[in-house]
Design a protein around this ligand. Structure first.
Ligand code: HEC
Ligand code: HEC
Ligand code: HEC
Ligand code: HEC
Ligand code: HEC
Ligand code: HEC
Ligand code: HEC
Ligand code: HEC
Ligand code: HEC
Length: 421
């Protein structure tokens, strides 16, 4: 037997042993990195992927043998290779791990494992199950090969990025044409108070998924609308629920709760223009002269009246402050008045004038009280100024008199010196 024939199996065994000793070898990444085009992309993107960060790699999702440089072995079905899943199979593909509590617990004990179950109940999930490939699957919201932790600001599901993620389909008239639903949600949302707040970094402001859900993307049922707003605007919802409108705008009556007056996607900064005037939302249902319209007018007057009164007090106190008068106590008190204005807007949502009048009255009393304090201070300032003017006058007169007196003294003194000349 030639020595080389003995050496081959020994060498092979040594290579195999080395491979076992080096489980970090990842032929999938190595070979795919050396490729061009679409099959190279995953290997380049994967460095930002949360799965990679948790020690998972290509083969954990796609199957196959990561230790073999031979593509026919590495990517053989015998080694469990499943390749790229069909679009309709993606949720199950991800759920293999994400719906398995035992598996996920090894990485993150607190992680939820209900995404797939919820997804199946959503409009997206139901349609995908029926074979519609245009709906969102896991990777349309989370991306693929560069899936980031959901708390990562670069993740497509990060609150400020969600609108664009949903908008990729929902703002695309071509993609949505066959469904006959509006495609203006993103445009309108971009004009809203909520988007403005989110852009300022207020992550408590709702993005699309806060109202529609993410995995259980709720159908936007009218029944859930008042409840959705009430999740965050709790006190408004409590007052509204007591109001004459609540049963009328309820789902049973085909209504829409808060959105009847505020809309859903393009919510604007509210003002009394919603109550009275050409753009009032109330006048759509309450004809001029009817009790509802009269109450609406009254409510607008109250809010504007209190707002103006508080501004007037603020201006007068500001003037006094500038003049160096001590008015800080009244200025602090003015904050209570501003609180009453907030409470009045809140109480307005009972649509009961008696409820609303209480904070209005309290606020007006504070506006009055602080205005008087400001006027008093300005009055005192005037009194002091007149007093000062009078003293200045008398001092001036005295100084002048003294000057004349000294001059005269000097004059008579020099007269006395004259004879020696
Ligand atoms: C030696 C090079 C090489 C190795 C090793 C390799 N691949 Fe590939 N892979 C390719 C090439 C070339 C293609 C495209 C041609 C084809 O489909 O066979 C491909 C295609 C794929 C595809 C797309 C298949 C489809 O269904 O469209 C996936 C997924 C994939 N590889 C994953 C893996 C994984 C996972 C591993 C490791 C277990 C791996 N590859 C190892 C070269 C390699
Ligand atoms: C978290 C699971 C996951 C991991 C990890 C993963 N893939 Fe994929 N891969 C997918 C899914 C899902 C698809 C289907 C994408 C689609 O339909 O657009 C896919 C598709 C592919 C394709 C088909 C071409 C394409 O982009 O659609 C290739 C090639 C591929 N993966 C290679 C890899 C390689 C190489 C790695 C490791 C660097 C890897 N994948 C890691 C889930 C994964
Ligand atoms: C319509 C968009 C969308 C789809 C489809 C979607 N997700 Fe999500 N996913 C989100 C959003 C939004 C979050 C929450 C981000 C947050 O809480 O800040 C999230 C969170 C997650 C989380 C973190 C834990 C949790 O439940 O909050 C995981 C894991 C996850 N998704 C996996 C999946 C899987 C697996 C699928 C497919 C079965 C899927 N997602 C489908 C949008 C989506
Ligand atoms: C091989 C098992 C496995 C597969 C298959 C898998 N994941 Fe994961 N995934 C994990 C593990 C483990 C983590 C890290 C633990 C964690 O953060 O929850 C994770 C994390 C995530 C996160 C971040 C969760 C967070 O709270 O930030 C998202 C999002 C996610 N996966 C989505 C997907 C999607 C989408 C697919 C399908 C394309 C998929 N995963 C397939 C195991 C898997
Ligand atoms: C890949 C494209 C795609 C993405 C991304 C997507 N959707 Fe959808 N969505 C659809 C399609 C297609 C439908 C089906 C439309 C229909 O049947 O009316 C749908 C349906 C819906 C519906 C039900 C509409 C109705 O009245 O029938 C809601 C709500 C919805 N999506 C919300 C969202 C939200 C929120 C996001 C982001 C978190 C999102 N979608 C991301 C494609 C997408
Ligand atoms: C403040 C809560 C809220 C936010 C934020 C929100 N929606 Fe909606 N959305 C609703 C309500 C409520 C409806 C139901 C409208 C109705 O019944 O008249 C709805 C309806 C829809 C519909 C059904 C078609 C339609 O326009 O009536 C789609 C699709 C949709 N929203 C997508 C989105 C997308 C995409 C975003 C983010 C850009 C988003 N929504 C943000 C509350 C919200
Ligand atoms: C996820 C929580 C959340 C949900 C759901 C939500 N909002 Fe908001 N809303 C906010 C935050 C945060 C702000 C900005 C801070 C503020 O002004 O209170 C805001 C602001 C507003 C404002 C402007 C307030 C002001 O003083 O300028 C109105 C009006 C409003 N929301 C109405 C609604 C309506 C109607 C709905 C339901 C269709 C709704 N919101 C759903 C959290 C939410
Ligand atoms: C019948 C019409 C109507 C309905 C229904 C309605 N609102 Fe309002 N809302 C108004 C008007 C009018 C204002 C503006 C008051 C003002 O500033 O003059 C307002 C103001 C607001 C404000 C801003 C308050 C502030 O301090 O600036 C919020 C927040 C709000 N509404 C939330 C809600 C929520 C949540 C619901 C449902 C539970 C709801 N609204 C239902 C008419 C309505
Ligand atoms: C979508 C229609 C609609 C809108 C918009 C609407 N209301 Fe009403 N409102 C009603 C109905 C219906 C009733 C109860 C029937 C009735 O007696 O007129 C009612 C009752 C009232 C009542 C009790 C007195 C009365 O007329 O019975 C007041 C007060 C009231 N609304 C104020 C307002 C104010 C203020 C606004 C605007 C911020 C407003 N409503 C917007 C439909 C509406």
């Amino acid at each position: 037997m030639k020595p080389i024939a003995i050496l081959i199996p020994i060498l092979a065994a040594a290579v195999a042993a080395q491979q076992v000793a080096q489980p970090s070898k990842d032929a999938c990444i190595e070979c795919h990195t050396a490729m061009d085009g679409p099959i190279q992309q995953p290997a380049l993107l994967i460095k930002d992927d949360i799965h990679m960060a948790n020690g998972l790699s290509c083969a954990d999702c796609h199957g196959g043998d990561r230790t073999s440089d031979d593509p026919t072995v590495a990517m053989s079905t015998a080694k469990g290779f499943i390749g790229a899943p069909k679009r309709t199979a993606i949720p199950q593909f991800c759920a293999r791990c994400h719906a398995s509590p035992d598996f996920m617990r090894r990485f993150r004990p607190q992680q939820r494992v209900d995404q797939f179950e919820l997804y199946k109940t959503s409009v997206h999930g139901k349609k995908l199950a029926a074979g519609d490939e245009n709906v969102a699957t896991c990777i349309d919201c989370h991306s693929v090969h560069d899936i980031r932790a959901v708390k990562n600001p670069q993740a497509p599901v990060y609150p400020s990025r969600i609108p664009d993620t949903c908008g990729r389909c929902h703002a695309d008239a071509g993609k949505m044409a066959k469904y006959g639903i509006p495609t203006n949600q993103l445009d309108q949302y971009h004009t809203s108070v909520h988007w403005a707040a989110l852009q300022k970094g207020d992550l408590a402001a709702p993005n699309c998924a806060s109202c529609h859900g993410n995995h259980g993307a709720k159908p936007p049922e009218v029944a859930s609308v008042a409840a959705v707003c009430g999740n965050c605007h709790v006190l408004f919802a409590q007052n509204y629920d007591k109001s004459v409108h609540a049963p009328i705008f309820s789902a049973a009556s085909g209504g829409g709760g808060c959105i009847v007056c505020h809309s859903n996607h393009g919510i604007q900064k509210p003002s009394t223009a919603m109550l009275a005037g050409a753009k009032a939302v109330c006048s759509g249902c309450h004809e001029p002269g009817t009790p509802g319209a009269k109450t609406a007018g009254q409510m607008a007057q109250w809010i504007d009246g209190l707002g103006d009164a508080l501004k007037h007090s603020e201006a007068v106190l500001g003037e006094a402050d500038k003049a160096g008068m001590e008015v800080s106590e009244a200025q602090v008190r003015l904050d209570d008045g501003r609180d009453d204005l907030v409470k009045a807007r809140l109480a307005m949502h009972t649509f009961n004038p008696d409820e609303m009048h209480k904070p209005i009255e309290a606020g007006m009393a504070i506006a009055d009280e602080t205005l008087r304090a400001g006027q008093q201070a300005l009055h005192e300032k005037n009194v002091r100024r007149v007093g000062l003017a009078i003293s200045v006058f008398f001092i001036a007169v005295t100084v002048a008199a003294l000057w004349f007196f000294i001059r005269r003294l000097e004059a008579s003194g020099s007269g006395r010196l004259e004879p020696s000349n």
